[in-house]
Design a protein around this ligand. Structure first.
Ligand code: ZN
Length: 133
């Protein structure tokens, strides 16, 4: 793993959250994107070398909807940038981390995969690799 790529924050209302974070960073999101397959609406802010992803559920079955109903708004995941997502996923499975699903297309032009929070002390782990094609 090379660095923290972004931190994902679950929000109830992304329009309101965008206003709040635009004030916080004194800059608007550089990207907003709906990922239908995940049932999320996202926006991304960049701060120096770091990014913050805001996520709002677009339907009741979305993982974000479930997260917010259980735990309220807050830090949802930490995403780590990797060079070879498939190799790193296999490595972590070999180390006993519990994968959630397969590698799939995520927001912000990335391949992503996830590991269960109970594998990592209560924090959902995302691996992401920049899509080159
Ligand atoms: Zn993310």
């Amino acid at each position: 793993m090379r660095k923290i790529e972004h931190i994902g924050i679950a929000v109830a209302d992304i329009a309101t959250a965008n206003e709040t974070y635009t004030k916080l960073f004194n800059a608007p999101p550089y990207k907003m994107e709906v990922v239908e397959s995940e049932g999320v609406s996202t926006s991304f802010f960049i701060i120096g070398d770091s990014k913050i992803e805001l996520l709002q559920a677009t339907n009741e079955d979305s993982a974000i909807a479930k997260y917010i109903s259980k735990r309220g708004e807050g830090i949802h995941h930490i995403a780590y940038d990797v060079v070879d997502i498939h190799a790193e996923r296999e490595r972590l499975i070999g180390e006993g981390f519990q994968a959630i699903g397969e590698v799939k297309q995520g927001a912000d032009n990335k391949w992503v995969c996830f590991f269960h929070p109970k594998s990592a002390n209560g924090v959902l782990v995302e691996l992401c690799q920049e899509r080159s094609e």
